[in-house]
Design a binder for this molecule. Structure first.
Ligand code: DP6
Length: 351
């Protein structure tokens, strides 16, 4: 049984600084139980809706940022390879933001190692930008508390705002526009002591997705007639979810998470043209989840921008759930995640 204290939350804060222009941070992905889908400001990355997630204890991202005053440009390496195209641009734009906040100009080299398949709807951008925000802020000597760090991580990827924290985290969509929206949109921990469910992650396809979540949510907001209805119902889902978490009621948490995720996918199916991440194997896993419930097992599904399914259940049922859903979908493999820690700095450059 875990307590929030064991996850060190809220963690660190002022003083997360590097003295020699190099810092390494580790962050874990999170899975939203109440989803973020849609932005109301694309430049500042302000979500349309509040979201609530569980940070995982698997698939960490480790990122080192090292200032390179003698270099002309930033160097970006992803899993040991020189990053190209959009991933490289997103990292450089993020470094620009950190430099602006720090009032500094030196280029940096960024070295990121993911242990999760990148771009497969398994939240690699959440762990990635949470780790980059922490390592980057430390390397450039920015003294940020956890709220400011979460706000900064959001500018890389809104879901990253939540990975700054361990356990459960609520990300505020904020209100107003511009600076007010930016200030109001950050994550904070939600204390749920002695509640220790797991997510069984059913991997039906670990390849990169055909449509990025960024493009898909833009299309959904712009064209889906169902989007507004989902965004409104999501508010009620969040209220219900907070009550369910307070009661540590796994069945209620799971039911709310499942309906919220299915609703989000419905908005995408109604977009023009439709965005469909759910594959036949996804549906087979969902059938497996229904069967588990019919057999009396508390198991509830949630899906993100990809075909893989995350099944919330009691830790004691994880093996049975994994076996049942993988039996239902040929080629599926499963890994179980519990609630994990928030982003943290490693000493020195972590080597
Ligand atoms: C379906 O945070 O990856 O996983 O802010 O454009 O980088 P950007 O999107 P991202 O979207 C995650 C969407 C989701 C739901 C969620 O994690 O809340």
């Amino acid at each position: 049984m875990t307590t929030d204290h064991e996850w060190g939350q809220p963690e660190a804060g002022p003083g997360e600084r590097s003295l020699d222009g190099v810092a390494t941070a580790v962050a874990h992905p999170n899975i939203a139980l109440i989803k973020y889908w849609g932005k109301r400001d694309e430049r500042l990355i302000i979500p349309c809706v509040d979201s609530l997630s569980m940070t995982l204890d698997i698939f960490p991202t480790t990122t080192t940022v090292r200032l390179t005053p003698a270099a002309r440009v930033d160097g970006v390496h992803l899993d040991g390879r020189l990053a190209q195209g959009e991933p490289r641009q997103r990292v450089i734009a993020f470094l620009e933001l950190i430099r602006e906040l720090a009032g500094r100009a030196e280029p940096a080299s960024v070295d990121t190692h993911n242990t999760v398949p990148t771009g497969a709807g398994l939240a690699s951008s959440a762990s990635g930008f949470a780790a980059l925000a922490l390592a980057g802020a430390a390397a450039y000597g920015l003294d940020l508390d956890r709220t400011a760090l979460s706000r900064l991580a959001r500018r890389g990827s809104a879901s990253a705002a939540r990975s700054v924290f361990g356990g459960f985290a609520l990300c505020h969509a904020g209100q107003g526009e511009g600076v007010a929206a930016d200030l109001g949109s950050y994550a904070e921990p939600v204390s749920v002591p002695h509640f220790d469910p797991v997510l069984v992650i059913a991997l039906v396809n670990a390849g990169p997705k055909a449509v990025s979540s960024r493009a898909a949510m833009r299309r959904t907001v712009e064209t889906s007639p169902l989007y507004r209805a989902w965004a409104i119902s999501s508010k009620a889902d969040l209220t219900d979810m907070r009550t369910a978490l307070r009661r540590r009621d796994l069945d209620a948490v799971g039911e709310i998470a499942e309906r919220n995720a299915l609703g989000m996918h419905a908005t995408m199916l109604a977009a023009r043209p439709a965005v469909r991440y759910l594959s036949p194997a996804t549906l087979a896993v969902l059938d497996g989840v229904l069967q588990l419930r019919a057999d009396g097992v508390s198991a509830y599904a949630t899906m993100d921008a990809g075909p893989n399914v995350k099944i919330l259940c009691h830790r004691a049922d994880a093996a049975r759930v994994a076996e049942a859903v993988c039996g239902a979908a040929p080629g599926c493999s499963a890994v179980t995640a519990g609630r994990g820690p928030g982003a943290r700095l490693l000493v020195g450059d972590g080597r």
